[in-house]
Ligand binder design. Structure first.
Ligand code: ADP
Length: 397
C-alpha cells in the first residue's frame, strides 16, 4: 500500500510518498512560493537524482498537479500512474473540539476544518486547499485528515481549561489544545515500545525541541497535559516565540510603544524567543550556542532561560503525573544537541535521572541515553510526523 502524505503551509506544500509494506519513503519533495513569483518544486526520489521544476503555481491546485506529474514522470518519477497511490494523509493544524481522532475526509469534515479557520488562521485554509486539490486531482482516492490537535483531546478539564470566565469557552471554545500532536503521539508511543514500558500505564514526558518547541505528559500514550495552548505561542521558549509570559506584558508594550494587540502578538510570535532575548543574535540554537561560547552575555541568558523553562515543565509534569518513567528528546535541537540534553538532565538528578555520556554522544538515532542505574529512562527518539500520518491513514482506510 502506498500513502501520499501532504503538509500544506500558506505558501508551501511538503509531500512524501511512503510504501507502507516496509514503511519506507519512496520520494519526497517540496513546493515553495505557491501564489508568489518564482514558485518551484524540488522532487527527491530515493536512489535517483533531485529534480527541480520552476513553474508558476498560483494555488495549491497547481502545486498538487505538479507533484503528481513529478511522481509519475518517465525519468524522475517513482510510480507509473497516480492510481498506485492508495490513500492520501493530510496534516491539518486545527480540528477544534470536534475531532478526537484522525478521520476520512467528507463534506462534513471539510466544514469543520473551515469552522476552525479562526483557530488556525495561517494553516487551516492551506490544509483545506490541499485536500480539495487532491480530491480534484485524484477523484475516488480517500483523503484522511490527521489533526495536530487530536493528541491533546484526551487531556482532562483541569489541564485544558483556562481560568477565565467560562462564557469564553462556551462561546468560542477557548481552551488549551496543544500542537505538534502528531509528533508527541508518535514519540510517546515509540518510546513506550523502545524502552519496553507498560503500554497501559507508562508515564512519559516528550520534549519536542525544534524551532517551535513543546512538551507533553502522557500516560499509556494518552496526553494528560501539553505546553502549547489555544495557539502555539504558549509554553517553552522557542526560536522566535516567547512561550509563557504575563498577559499584562501585551497591554504594557501596546501602551508604551503605541502598538496594537495584533502587532504585539506578532512580536511575541516572530521576534521573541531566543532571537529576541539574545538581542537579535539568531533564532537558530546553533548560532545562540556559538555566541554564548564567544562570550555574548545575552546569548548565554537566552540559552540558560531556555533550559530552565524545559526543566521547570519537566518538574511540573512529573508532579502532575505523580512520577515519570521516561523522558524523550526529539526534533532539531532534541535530536542533535547532546550538550543541551545533558544540561537538562543534570537538573533532574532529584528524580534519579543519570545521563550516560557515551550513549548521549549521538545525533538523530533512536537510543537510550540514560545510565543503567538511572531511575528514569532518558531516550533520544527521532520524530517522524509523516510516518505517523501515513500510519493513521492506513488504519482508517
Ligand atoms: P521546526 O520543525 O520547528 O522548524 P526543527 O525540528 O527542524 O524545527 O529544528 C530546527 C532547529 O534545530 C534549529 O533552529 C536549530 O537551532 C536546531 N538544531 C539543529 N541541529 C542542532 C545542533 N546540532 N545543535 C543545536 N541546535 C540544533
Amino acid at each position: 500500500m502506498k500513502v501520499l502524505v501532504i503538509n500544506c503551509g500558506s505558501s508551501s506544500l511538503k509531500y512524501q510518498l511512503i510504501d507502507m509494506e516496509n514503511e519506507s519513503v519512496i520520494a519526497k519533495g517540496l513546493c515553495e512560493r505557491i501564489g508568489i513569483d518564482g514558485s518551484m518544486l524540488t522532487h527527491q526520489p530515493v536512489n535517483k537524482d533531485k529534480y527541480v521544476v520552476e513553474k508558476d503555481m498560483p494555488s495549491h491546485k497547481e502545486a498538487i498537479e505538479l507533484v503528481m506529474s513529478a511522481l509519475t514522470d518517465a525519468e524522475h518519477g517513482v510510480i507509473k500512474d497516480t492510481s498506485e497511490i492508495n490513500a492520501i494523509g493530510h496534516r491539518v493544524l486545527h480540528g477544534g473540539m470536534k475531532f478526537t481522532q484522525s478521520i476520512v475526509v467528507n463534506e462534513q469534515v471539510k466544514e469543520v476544518i473551515r469552522e476552525c479557520f479562526d483557530l488556525g488562521p495561517l494553516h487551516n485554509p492551506a490544509n483545506l486547499m490541499g485536500i480539495e486539490a487532491c480530491e480534484a486531482a485524484m477523484p475516488g482516492t480517500p483523503n484522511v485528515a490527521v489533526f495536530d490537535t487530536t493528541f491533546g483531546m484526551s487531556m482532562p478539564e483541569k489541564a485544558y481549561m483556562y481560568a477565565i470566565p467560562h462564557e469564553y469557552f462556551e462561546k468560542y471554545s477557548i481552551r488549551r489544545y496543544g500542537f505538534h500532536g502528531t509528533s508527541h503521539m508518535f514519540v510517546s508511543g515509540e518510546t513506550i515500545k523502545f524502552a519496553e514500558l507498560d503500554p497501559e500505564n507508562a508515564k512519559v514526558i516528550v520534549c519536542h525541541l525544534g524551532n517551535g518547541a513543546s512538551i507533553s505528559a502522557s500516560i499509556g500514550g494518552k496526553c494528560v497535559d501539553t505546553s502549547m495552548g489555544l495557539t502555539p505561542l504558549e509554553g517553552l521558549i522557542m526560536g522566535t516565540r516567547s512561550g509563557d509570559v504575563d498577559p499584562a506584558v501585551v497591554q504594557f508594550i501596546c501602551n508604551k510603544e503605541n502598538l496594537t494587540v495584533n502587532e504585539v502578538l506578532n512580536i511575541l510570535n516572530k521576534k521573541s524567543g531566543v532571537l529576541g532575548m539574545s538581542g537579535g543574535v539568531s533564532s537558530d540554537f546553533r548560532d545562540i550556542e556559538a555566541a554564548k561560547e564567544a562570550g555574548n552575555h545575552l546569548a548565554k541568558v537566552a540559552m540558560d532561560a531556555y533550559i530552565y523553562r524545559v526543566v521547570k515543565y519537566i518538574g511540573a509534569y512529573t508532579a502532575a503525573m505523580n512520577g515519570v518513567d521516561a523522558i524523550a528528546f526529539t526534533a532539531g535541537l532534541g535530536e542533535n544537541d547532546k550538550k543541551t540534553r545533558k544540561e537538562i538532565c543534570e537538573c533532574l538528578s532529584y528524580l534519579g535521572v543519570k545521563i550516560d555520556d557515551e550513549a548521549n554522544d549521538i545525533r538523530g538515532q533512536k537510543r537510550i541515553i540514560s545510565a543503567a542505574d538511572s531511575k528514569v529512562k532518558v531516550v533520544l527518539l527521532p520524530t517522524n510526523e509523516e510516518l505517523a500520518i501515513a500510519r493513521e491513514t492506513v488504519a482508517l482506510v
